[in-house]
Design a protein around this ligand. Structure first.
Ligand SMILES: Nc1ncnc2c1ncn2[C@@H]1O[C@H](COP(=O)(O)OP(=O)(O)O)[C@@H](O)[C@H]1O
Ligand SMILES: [Mg+2]
Length: 413
């Protein structure tokens, strides 16, 4: 350790070269590896302070043409923190008191050098402590500011979501009577309608549906984001939930000559909100059918997974997703830059809704895709064992509230 030594940048204010050598020798013997500069005038002292950073100043008290007190005041002007120790021949008590009062850290007589190294060590650790405290304070202040910024951003975010929610709510309200009215005319006595009028009404119906599902998606996403969306998980048979949804795609599938196979073991149960689960499966099947090629096959399947989860997958042999887009497909409004299929006009919300809902229910969703080969979406949901853990489960919610709740809050085909 002595050969190595603790590096010590020591600025020595001293006229005697011999005393300097003695001091350096002493420091080395005590385990330091001193790097020093010796000065004996105000100018050379100022210069040395400017040139490098020092751990400590050791100064004589009486120097011809200079003195310890002036040296101290120069050092204090340059740095409040740099420890200053007087190492001097015998001086009167009054002078010693005065020099300590002016901010020297210690006063040691040359005959009592045994005190020097402990004093240096003490001052070094004090300096270190001070600088650490300063750093901690700086950090604390920064954290405080960051906290304020985050809180403010959250507030703005909430305001935005609140606004979006209010707007989409207003948009949705007239949609239901509009939809019913169009349906009523179309399903009624169409003899009174010209083919042109029927066509126009059907166009209206498509657009109202699109607008309605758009505002429902946005409404739902904002509410989940704000933490307001309440879901009502219950134990569901995945097969019994899935098959009726698959049936709804029968016509679309036949149009493209696609077969949909269902590979869901009948014993698989999930603990999930029925409306949300339906929406996730619907969105994924809809995407698959839109993006797959004619005459291919798609599958919806499920199996038990680790961690009391059930994994559900929807896969197709379609066009796939380009590698560079795969990280973005779950983002709001993200659509792969590609021409839409006939009659297909998505908005880019389906997958973000799937992600928000699966995560809200304690699962997650991932995608794997190869361009030109096909795509598989996999999502997880808690299995039935989660039912025991959750005390606000469906059984405790009055049936009426629940119906109303799920209609108002998700109410989305
Ligand atoms: N099964 C799939 N095969 C290929 N691309 C898909 C598939 N599912 C989703 N995508 C891509 O991800 C994008 C986002 O999907 P989504 O959020 O459902 O929005 P939308 O269907 O309204 O465009 C789609 O635009 C599409 O390009
Ligand atoms: Mg979609």
């Amino acid at each position: 350790l002595t050969a190595e030594g603790v590096p010590l940048h020591v600025l020595i204010v001293e006229d005697s070269e011999t005393d300097t050598e003695l001091l350096l020798h002493h420091l080395k013997r005590e385990g330091f590896k001193p790097v020093h500069t010796r000065v004996d005038t105000a100018e050379t002292l100022k210069d040395a302070l400017k040139r490098s950073t020092w751990d400590i100043v050791v100064s004589d008290y009486e120097i011809p043409g200079f003195d310890g007190l002036s040296a101290l005041s120069i050092v204090r002007k340059a740095s409040v923190d740099l420890p200053f120790i007087i190492l001097s021949g015998a001086v009167g008590e009054e002078a010693a008191v005065e020099i300590m009062r002016l901010g020297a850290q210690d006063f040691i007589t040359k005959g009592n050098t045994a005190r020097l190294v402990p004093a240096i060590n003490r001052e070094l650790s004090k300096t270190k402590l001070r600088s650490e405290r300063r750093r901690a304070n700086r950090l604390a202040r920064r954290l405080e500011t960051e906290k304020l910024v985050v809180a403010r951003m959250k507030e703005i975010d909430q305001l935005k979501d609140h606004f979006v929610e209010a707007v989409t709510h207003e948009l949705r309200t007239p949609m239901t009577p509009l939809m019913s009215a169009i349906e009523l005319i179309l399903d009624g006595d169409t003899k009174n309608l010209t083919p042109q009028q029927t066509k126009l009404l059907e166009m209206m119906q498509r657009n109202v549906k699109r607008l309605s599902s758009f505002s429902a998606d946005i409404f739902l996403l904002s509410r989940i984001h704000r933490g307001y969306q309440t879901l009502y998980p219950q134990i569901l048979s995945l097969r019994e939930t899935g098959i009726p949804i698959v049936r709804l795609f029968k016509q679309k599938a036949e149009e493209k000559n696609i077969s949909i196979s269902v590979d869901i073991p009948s014993e698989i149960r999930v603990f999930a909100d029925a409306v949300a689960l339906t929406q996730i499966i619907t969105n994924l099947l809809n995407n698959a059918i839109v993006h797959t090629r004619e005459g291919t096959e798609m599958t919806i399947g499920a199996k038990a997974a680790d961690g009391n989860l059930v994994q559900v997958f929807v896969s197709d042999d379609g066009e796939g997703i380009p590698q560079e887009s795969i990280g973005n497909v779950f983002d709001r409004f993200y659509q792969v830059n590609r021409k839409s299929g006939p009659g297909y006009r998505g908005i880019g919300l389906g997958l973000s809704v799937c992600k928000a809902l699966t995560q809200k229910m304690g699962g997650d969703i991932t995608v794997e895709s190869q361009q030109g080969k096909g795509t598989t979406f996999r999502f997880t949901l808690p299995d039935e064992s989660a039912a025991g853990l959750e005390h606000t489960s469906v059984s405790e919610v009055p049936e009426k509230t629940r119906e109303k709740g799920s209609q108002v809050e998700i109410g989305h085909e």
